[in-house]
Design a binder for this molecule. Sequence first.
Ligand code: HEC
Ligand code: HEC
Ligand code: HEC
Ligand code: HEC
Ligand code: HEC
Length: 225
Amino acid sequence: MRKWSKLTRLKLLALMVALPVIGLGAATLSYQPARFLVATGPIQAGHQDISCQACHTDAPGTVRQQLQANFRYLVGLRVHPVDFGYAKVTSAACIVCHERPNERHPIYRFQEPRFEMVLTRLDATSCLACHAEHKDERAFVEPTFCRLCHEDLTLKSDPLDVPHETLIAEQNWQSCLTCHDFHGNHPANVPTRLRDAYPLKSVTDYLANGPSPYGPVKTYEARKE
Ligand code: HEC
Ligand code: HEC
Ligand code: HEC
Ligand code: HEC
Ligand code: HEC
């Protein structure tokens, strides 16, 4: 036994624990109707009629290849594990239906080097940094997150009664979403007087899945498939 390093023994232990789990997983997978067991929570507003497969696609490779790759990972012959059964959901799935020409904050823009620091705090290059599925919420951001990118904002001629410069000097970051939506998909007029802004509560309720303070109309509806 002495020839085995502590690490190898740990890996073998992990393997002994993992094998029955993997076996169970494979058994579940080979039984098609149980493939997605049960969704882990409520579906996003508007997603009632879209299929599970619109987001959940098969992981690359056959089940046997996935098992082999993960076995090799466990015994140290592979650097990374692979997705098992179905692939991790990425923004690519969302964009198929939600891409639109008027997007104010398109995720690809934030790959520019100037956002490197910001991304360490919020990965704005991924829909899933702000949106989840199977949770009763529309977006899980703090309403103050605009601050991460707009601290240096100056307007040539500011239409507001309390100018943006003042709002920012006062660190009033929760005001932003009380006038602007984030994606710019609601065509409603943006208020110019602070007293006409939507109540903060209506914004936080909306983020949590309530009705939209910016009105029900959207410039672009998402594709249904
Ligand atoms: C709009 C996209 C979307 C749709 C539609 C969707 N899901 Fe999901 N689902 C996700 C995301 C995102 C996760 C988080 C884990 C991940 O990234 O794979 C997830 C996780 C899961 C998980 C947990 C898996 C794990 O590894 O934690 C199950 C089970 C699941 N979904 C089942 C379903 C079922 C059943 C349906 C259809 C009724 C469905 N999903 C529809 C996006 C979606
Ligand atoms: C098969 C197409 C499809 C896919 C894939 C899809 N969506 Fe949707 N989504 C819709 C439709 C249709 C609606 C309802 C109409 C609308 O809001 O434009 C919707 C609504 C939403 C809403 C709520 C909109 C509102 O105003 O209430 C959010 C948030 C959302 N989707 C995010 C996502 C994210 C994040 C993903 C990827 C994980 C995703 N969607 C994947 C079609 C899709
Ligand atoms: C940095 C955070 C962030 C990222 C990244 C992000 N969103 Fe959002 N999203 C929000 C916030 C905040 C709202 C609520 C304000 C609004 O309606 O614009 C929202 C609202 C929405 C809505 C409902 C309003 C509408 O525009 O129809 C949809 C749909 C949506 N997001 C889809 C997506 C998709 C798809 C992606 C990736 C391509 C994405 N979001 C990336 C923060 C984000
Ligand atoms: C990850 C960085 C980032 C975050 C977070 C962010 N923005 Fe932006 N925003 C940008 C960039 C980049 C632009 C485009 C500026 C340009 O083109 O010069 C922009 C543009 C805008 C515009 C002007 C759009 C136009 O078409 O003129 C508004 C309004 C805006 N953002 C509001 C917000 C609000 C409100 C929030 C918070 C809810 C927010 N932003 C969060 C990066 C960000
Ligand atoms: C009382 C409403 C209100 C509040 C609060 C507000 N804005 Fe604005 N904002 C406007 C209006 C109106 C405009 C000009 C018209 C437009 O772009 O829709 C504007 C313009 C902008 C622009 C575009 C600037 C350009 O050069 O064209 C950005 C970016 C922006 N706001 C970000 C923010 C951020 C970040 C906050 C939070 C600190 C904020 N706004 C708070 C109403 C508001």
